[in-house]
Design a protein around this ligand. Structure first.
Ligand SMILES: [Zn+2]
Length: 86
């Protein structure tokens, strides 16, 4: 289980998944981006699937998170990453 360090919890469904199969949202100095290289510092959160992204965008429970990612460019990048992961 050497690989365990590379597992992260999805911010939406809370399931534990291999981080490179998810989209990483990085918050660096208050600036939000989709971290496609998985190398950005700062706080990060993970979204595991397009389904979860949809949930985040439609549920009030996740409005705080959605506010972070609601930028059109960021949403586009997240979708791209998750599409490739499926
Ligand atoms: Zn999820």
């Amino acid at each position: 289980m050497n690989d365990k360090v590379n597992y992260r919890t999805c911010v939406c469904c809370k399931s534990l998944k291999y981080k490179y199969d998810m989209a990483r949202i990085a918050v660096v100095d208050g600036k939000v981006s989709c971290d496609v290289s998985f190398k950005a510092g700062g706080r990060g959160m993970y979204i595991c699937s397009l389904k979860c992204l949809e949930k985040i965008s439609s549920s009030k429970k996740f409005s705080k998170i959605y506010n972070l990612v609601s930028d059109e460019e960021i949403l586009k990048s997240i979708k791209e990453v998750l599409k490739n992961a499926e």
